[in-house]
Design a protein around this ligand. Structure first.
Ligand SMILES: Cc1cc2nc3c(=O)[nH]c(=O)nc-3n(C[C@H](O)[C@H](O)[C@H](O)COP(=O)(O)OP(=O)(O)OC[C@H]3O[C@@H](n4cnc5c(N)ncnc54)[C@H](O)[C@@H]3O)c2cc1C
Length: 427
């Protein structure tokens, strides 16, 4: 089969139409670049997730012109309800100039499709059922010049060409691996599992998180570094799941599906989190954190979202960071695209890892310290059982964990957090 060359050639190829890829494609297309967005599945499709969006993610959605009103089917929340150490605390999202004061919940099948369609509306050319199988590498320069793919239900071989390729193919990021970019073992990693139950608790003004997840093997009780969540979906179901860090000794030993089942069995019966109310199986996936794949730019390939290990190590949130990195990478590419010489373009592109480090480097370094600390069950226990009794401390903790401060003109807490992230090394 001969391919119509113009259709398969663009300024930029974006591989993967999750939040990172669709946001990247949207901003590139808005700036007038010709973008191919290649997605191996067909929408709507399931993605394993908690479906919870903080104000950081809301800001990104608003920036893409997406209607986030209740009438358009979005469920709003006011903040976070934290349960632990016998205490139940409701903390509202902070009032900030930089971010809205509400979060959202939306199932990923529908959420991801909306983002992809918004990118299409902006002019990106979306190919669904397009499984990218390998990079095309120029033998002389060793740069990526396109990708090979299997297209359509018949899995027909196809090639796509562009001088720049964005890897937005999620945690497994085969494309980055094929370009020699491996996972850094010295960075934290999480794992999360979740399922849905029909439940009377399907509508909630707060995202709920439970700080006490126990490992009760061998007659001992150890607190695990992570949390369980209950997010009302507003459609008769709750998304119930848990996320745990790899810094505890129990990480490789426990079956996280069993831990979730045990936790659910400990809940009040009338909430309905029983096996017969489960609407689907328990599914899980990894949470790549704190820049666990680097460099974020090499030889024509740029990494965004989970592919670049951008999940926040403090709270396991990944959607906002996937979308923000999409916007950041688009800015860099648009500037590079307008340069006259290849040396000038390269100079602009090499700035992308620096921009990411400037934006998140200090915060993620603090996150790595946090992750190590709570990997110690004793410290986790002190935090979960005593920290919640200090409302001011909890307000500070919410700002820190959700990365919600004003860079300029914020309050004293904002200034402390911004000061700490500024002085922390940006690795
Ligand atoms: C159980 C669980 C709960 C979570 N809960 C939350 C939460 O509540 N809030 C939050 O903010 N984050 C949460 N996260 C993290 C969040 O899901 C991710 O950080 C986020 O999806 C990353 O977006 P992404 O676009 O980088 O990657 P993905 O969402 O993984 O998208 C990658 C896309 O690339 C496509 N793709 C992959 N390979 C190829 C290929 N070869 N060719 C073409 N396309 C390809 C995939 O089909 C997919 O559409 C959770 C994660 C897990 C596992």
């Amino acid at each position: 089969m001969t391919e119509p060359r113009s259709e398969h050639t663009a300024d930029v190829i974006v591989v993967g139409a999750g939040p990172a890829g669709s946001t990247t494609a949207y901003h590139l297309a808005k700036a007038g670049l010709d973008v191919l967005l290649l997605e191996k599945t067909a929408f709507p499709r399931e993605k394993v997730c908690g479906d919870g969006l903080t104000p950081r993610a809301v800001k990104q959605l608003v920036g893409m012109g997406i209607d986030v009103s209740q009438e358009a089917g979005w469920l709003r929340n006011k903040g976070l309800r934290i349960i632990g150490g016998g205490v139940r605390l409701e903390l509202d999202w902070p009032d900030l100039a930089s971010f809205p004061d509400y979060g959202l919940v939306r199932k990923r099948d529908d959420f991801d499709e909306q983002l992809a369609r918004q990118a299409q509306k902006a002019g990106a050319r979306l190919y669904e059922r397009c499984n990218v199988t390998a990079p095309i590498i120029d033998e002389r320069t060793r740069r990526i010049t396109g990708v090979q793919a299997k297209l359509g239900e018949e899995k027909a071989p196809a090639t796509f060409h562009a001088p720049l390729v964005v890897a937005a193919d999620g945690n497994s990021t085969r494309l980055s691996l094929a370009m020699g970019l491996h996972r850094r073992e010295d960075r934290p990693m999480g794992v999360a599992v979740r399922t849905y139950f029909t439940s009377p608790r399907h509508e909630d003004d707060y995202l709920e998180s439970w700080l006490e997840l126990w490992d009760r093997r061998g007659g001992q009780e150890r607190l695990l570094p992570g949390y369980g969540w209950i997010f009302g979906m507003g459609d008769g179901t709750s998304n119930v799941g848990l996320g745990v860090l790899n810094t505890s000794a129990a990480f490789k030993e426990l079956d996280w599906r069993d831990v979730l089942k045990t936790w659910c069995a400990s809940m009040p019966e009338d909430w309905g989190y029983t096996p017969e109310n489960m609407t689907g199986p328990i599914r899980g996936a990894a949470l790549p954190m704190a820049f666990n794949r680097q460099p974020h730019y090499t030889r024509g390939l740029l990494l965004v979202g989970d592919a670049g290990g951008l999940v926040n190590p403090f709270n396991g949130e990944g959607i906002a960071y996937a979308m923000e990195s999409g916007q950041l990478v688009a800015d860099v590419i648009v500037q590079a695209h307008a340069r006259a010489t290849s040396a000038q373009r390269e100079l602009a592109l090499r700035n992308y890892p620096r921009v990411l480090k400037e934006t998140y480097g200090g915060y993620y370094t603090l996150g790595r310290v946090f992750v190590k600390l709570i990997g110690n069950p004793k410290i986790m226990k002190i935090g979960a059982q005593h920290g919640l009794t200090h409302p001011l401390l909890m307000k500070f903790t919410l700002k820190m964990l959700a990365n919600l401060t004003d860079p300029k003109g914020g309050d004293a807490m904002d200034r402390i957090i911004n000061g700490l992230t500024k002085i922390a090394p940006k690795a």
